[in-house]
Design a protein. Structure first.
Length: 129
């Protein structure tokens, strides 16, 4: 089964030994998207929670598009927040990017992410038959 790593120029490049997404080709196509933060393609981190959440979803959309997919192909989304009070702010942003798609989802409020300035991180898995 062929595996293709993806680091398109529309998202920030990995800061370590990983890929922003991995596409698995076979009977169908599985796309595993690494945790996306609120940084743009130049690596600039957005300021507010809402701006970081918006950018993280833009990154996910860009990775889906690079694989020939869209939000309707998402099967699993895991969202990590560092502040419980941001939960109500997340919903409208998430819905704007999901549209009618309803992937399985998990929301985790963690004490911290890898860097203290990161307020959100979202990872996802998509499938295209």
């Amino acid at each position: 089964m062929p595996i293709e790593t993806m680091n398109p120029p529309q998202v920030s490049q990995p800061v370590g030994p990983y890929s922003q997404a991995v596409l698995v080709l076979g009977e169908g196509r599985w796309l595993h998207i690494a945790g996306q933060i609120g940084a743009d393609a130049d690596g600039v981190l957005a300021g507010s929670f809402e701006e970081q959440a918006e950018q993280a979803w833009k990154n996910i959309s860009a990775l889906l598009q690079a694989a020939g997919m869209d939000a309707s192909h998402l099967v699993k989304v895991v969202t990590y927040l560092t502040r419980e009070e941001d939960i109500p702010l997340l919903g409208p942003i998430r819905l704007a990017y999901l549209g009618e798609a309803r992937p399985a989802a998990t929301l985790i409020v963690a004490k911290a992410l890898a860097r203290k300035e990161w307020l959100i991180e979202i990872e996802a898995v998509a499938y295209l038959e």
